[in-house]
Design a protein around this ligand. Structure first.
Ligand SMILES: *[C@@H]1O[C@H](CO)[C@@H](O)[C@H](O)[C@H]1NC(C)=O
Ligand SMILES: *[C@@H]1O[C@H](CO)[C@@H](O)[C@H](O)[C@H]1NC(C)=O
Ligand SMILES: *[C@@H]1O[C@H](CO)[C@@H](O)[C@H](O)[C@H]1NC(C)=O
Ligand SMILES: *[C@@H]1O[C@H](CO)[C@@H](O)[C@H](O)[C@H]1NC(C)=O
Ligand SMILES: *[C@@H]1O[C@H](CO)[C@@H](O)[C@H](O)[C@H]1NC(C)=O
Length: 329
């Protein structure tokens, strides 16, 4: 057999092999293709991105304002939510009981805050880095022509609810308080189960903070650093702990020393298990939050300071680390 003939044979073998390969490849390709060749198969791939599958749901809630001094009787809150993600969340919770706890973060936004868009964006960038599941409840008073916050929220990829209040407020404090109460009512009505924390729009977090508060069973508290940017000053306020047991408080000195009320803990200095909102009897409350005379923010705030047995100091090493800075102007 001449070398020319051998190479010819080799060439034939190669041609055969390549042909086989091509046939197998083409068949394999089409076989693999067949089950998803229906249009629905394709669309399920495309809709993975939340921005294209997003369909805002508007739900109207009749809410009677719990704070006194305003006429909220005609108020409605419009809630916009990421429906699909929420369902996914519930499924996850059912499937895995060891799953990390849901964090429910409440942020009231005042329309008087001129830099709110920048602050919402900055806070969203922090929350994006937090392990899921996380639900961000943003509450603001909305005017018909102002959808900027909605647009920012929609782009974040964070699971959120946008609660809109239509109240008319005389000052920022009552507006903020009212908004926090609306969020708590929302949690109660939907029986959301998780750890609730009030996040101020200008709060700055060490990311380990969010892991720490997931260890809370009922109530938890931690020191906050109050930053007075104008005075270039920082003050630490919060619990004094023996490992994770709270043994005292460093709080702002009360003006009236004969005052018998418990001292007021900073609104961002505690977190609690949301079940206390829908289990009023267990917590010695006379009525549901939806009772207009109740100020649930105040209730929870007082409860934390008075609670002794189920209050956890964070971090567990004697509350010795500041993981959160709050802005005090
Ligand atoms: C509060 O709203 C109700 C219902 O619209 C109205 O009847 C009432 O006059 C209002 N009260 C005040 C003080 O504006
Ligand atoms: C759940 O957690 C417990 C204790 O942390 C562990 O023993 C168990 O294996 C975990 N179960 C699953 C399904 O991960
Ligand atoms: C809110 O109250 C102010 C004055 O109290 C009034 O001028 C304004 O029209 C009110 N806005 C709404 C939306 O009711
Ligand atoms: C909240 O407390 C209830 C009752 O003690 C408990 O069953 C539940 O697991 C707690 N939830 C979280 C998120 O820790
Ligand atoms: C301090 O509080 C007590 C009881 O709340 C009150 O009777 C008293 O007038 C207050 N004193 C001042 C100086 O505000």
């Amino acid at each position: 057999m001449g070398s020319q003939e051998r190479s010819k044979k080799n060439f034939h073998l190669w041609k055969k092999a390549i042909l086989h390969f091509l046939i197998c490849f083409v068949m394999g390709f089409f076989t693999g293709f067949a089950p998803i060749s229906k249009p629905t198969g394709f669309s399920s791939h495309i809709t993975v991105s939340p921005s294209t599958s997003y369909s805002p749901q508007l739900i109207e809630l009749d809410v009677t304002g719990p704070t006194a001094g305003h006429n909220h009787s005609t108020e409605t809150a419009v809630i916009e939510e990421e429906e699909e993600q929420e369902e996914e969340e519930k499924r996850d919770q059912r499937e895995d009981s060891n799953q990390t706890k849901l964090l429910i973060l409440i942020t009231p936004i005042s329309t008087r805050n001129k830099i709110r868009n920048a602050l919402v964006t900055r806070l969203a960038n922090t929350l994006k880095l937090v392990a899921k599941p996380l639900l961000w409840i943003v509450v603001e008073q909305q005017f018909d022509d102002d959808f900027e916050v909605s647009e920012i929220l929609r782009k974040t990829g964070i699971m959120y609810r946008h609660v809109v209040s239509k109240g008319n407020f005389t000052d920022v404090d009552s507006e903020t308080d009212h908004h926090r109460n609306l969020a708590l009512i929302h949690i109660e009505q939907h029986r959301l189960s998780g750890i609730v924390h009030f996040v101020g729009l200008s709060n700055v977090y060490d990311l380990s903070f969010f892991d720490e508060i997931r260890t809370i069973e009922t109530f938890g508290t931690w020191p906050v650093a109050k930053v007075y940017a104008n005075k270039e000053e920082v003050r630490i306020e919060g619990p004094v702990c023996d490992s994770s047991e709270v043994v005292g408080w460093h709080l702002k000195r009360m003006r009236n020393m004969t005052e018998t009320r418990p001292p007021l803990i900073h609104i961002s200095s505690f977190a609690f298990n949301s079940s206390i909102l829908w289990d009023p009897e267990r917590w010695g409350r006379t009525s549901s939050l939806q009772d207009a005379s109740q100020n649930s923010v105040k209730f929870v705030r007082d409860e934390v300071v008075e609670e002794e047995t189920s209050l956890k100091g964070i971090p567990a090493q004697g509350c010795s680390k500041v993981l959160l800075w709050v802005s005090e102007g």
